[in-house]
Design a protein around this ligand. Structure first.
Ligand code: NAD
Ligand code: UDP
Length: 316
């Protein structure tokens, strides 16, 4: 198969490209490096089945040759990434996805959209099932990401309904692992980098907000099972093990081992960093289990060890 991966030089995109190449597919990764980096896929460039093209999909998508699948991962993803690039984020969920969908349509290719648990906003239903419509503040600071992703889901369904395009919607919950950008501000790279540098772990506010953390190889497995399935409706992929941010900080300190001198501190970040911060997040993965036979396999303890090793060599 030949597969187009937009956002292919990002954190998740780079792992996805690696896995696809490992399965014998050919991959064209398109990226404008707004939050990703060429170095994430530098180790793939020698593979003759891998191509990397620098393009901003908001402006168009100039690609040649046929594709069996289009996997649309392009978008700033961390709160710092989308708060720094609000217009680009809204554009990628509207203009960008439109260009990607047109490529899929022209090629009669499968199309997978990387959606997010953020479509549920600050959820009033817990755990979150795919049937929940969400609780999003459409003028809040996070809306540039949440509404972009919600619009992108609507656009995907419109292409399915109008043209019968074989579309897939994966709602990704907090995913972590090697190659997360050191400065992207998400809780995993922040805490892991801080632990590696023996610096304080910065818990925002009371640290009682919860998240559920998925290791990247588990996510990629779920993504590919969904791509090759016949499921058009959204599927949550995430690890249902929920913990508070403070508990997560404690888990990072345990994984870092006794030589780590870091302590947990509570800090007050800039208001826009915590405004509309979802207070509880845990996926209901009944659909992933029954439709895809998918379960997360990597424990938080093992995933954190691998992530810590990466950050030890990446942090200078
Ligand atoms: P990332 O920032 O590392 O990767 C996104 C990639 O998209 C980057 O390489 C970036 O340069 C590229 N990109 C952004 N706008 C582009 C454009 N206009 N044209 C071309 N390339 C563009 O983030 P990630 O964590 O790897 O996320 C990948 C996808 O998964 C995103 O769509 C994100 O919204 C989604 N997602 C991620 C998580 C998570 O926890 N990591 C959770 C939910 C959803
Ligand atoms: N957070 C924190 N300290 C940090 C970074 C984030 O306490 O250094 C908190 C943040 O307020 C949120 C949670 O960790 O409650 C997850 O934030 P992240 O930016 O990783 O992603 P989100 O799930 O909010 O998109």
């Amino acid at each position: 198969m030949r597969i187009l991966v937009t956002g292919g030089a990002g954190f998740i995109g780079s792992h996805l490209c690696e896995r696809l190449l490992g399965e014998g597919h050919s991959v064209l990764a398109v990226d404008n490096f707004i939050t990703g980096a060429r170095r994430n896929v530098a180790h793939l460039l020698a593979n003759e089945r891998f191509e990397l093209s620098e393009q901003d999909i908001n402006k168009g998508l100039a690609v040649t040759g046929g594709f069996d699948a289009v996997m649309n991962l392009a978008s700033p993803a961390s709160p710092v990434g989308y708060l720094d690039n609000p217009i680009e984020t809204l554009m990628v969920g509207s203009h960008g996805i439109h260009h990607a969908l047109e490529v899929a349509l022209k090629n009669d290719a499968r199309f997978l959209q990387a959606s997010t648990s953020e479509v549920y906003g600050d959820p009033l239903e817990h755990p979150q099932r795919e049937s929940y419509w969400g609780n999003v503040n459409c003028i809040g600071v996070r809306s540039v990401y949440d509404e972009s992703k919600r619009f992108a889901e609507a656009m995907t369904m419109a292409y399915h309904r109008k043209y019968g395009l074989r579309t897939r919607l994966i709602r990704i919950f907090n995913t972590y692992g090697p190659r997360m950008a050191l400065d992207d501000g998400r809780v995993v790279p922040n805490f892991v980098k801080q632990a590696v540098q023996n610096a304080p772990l910065t818990v925002y506010g009371d640290g009682l907000a919860t998240r559920s953390f998925t290791y990247v190889s588990d996510l990629v497995e779920g993504m590919l099972r969904l791509l090759w399935s016949d499921e058009v409706n959204p599927v949550n992929i995430g690890n249902p093990r929920e913990m508070t941010v403070t508990e997560f900080a404690e888990a990072v300190l345990v994984a870092a081992g006794s030589e780590c001198q870091s302590k947990i501190v509570h800090v007050t970040p800039a208001a826009d960093r915590i405004s509309d911060d979802p207070q509880r997040r845990r996926p209901d993965i009944t659909r992933a289990r029954t439709i895809l036979g998918w379960e997360p396999r990597v424990s938080l303890e093992d995933g954190l060890k691998t992530t810590l090793s990466y950050f030890r060599q990446a942090v200078v």
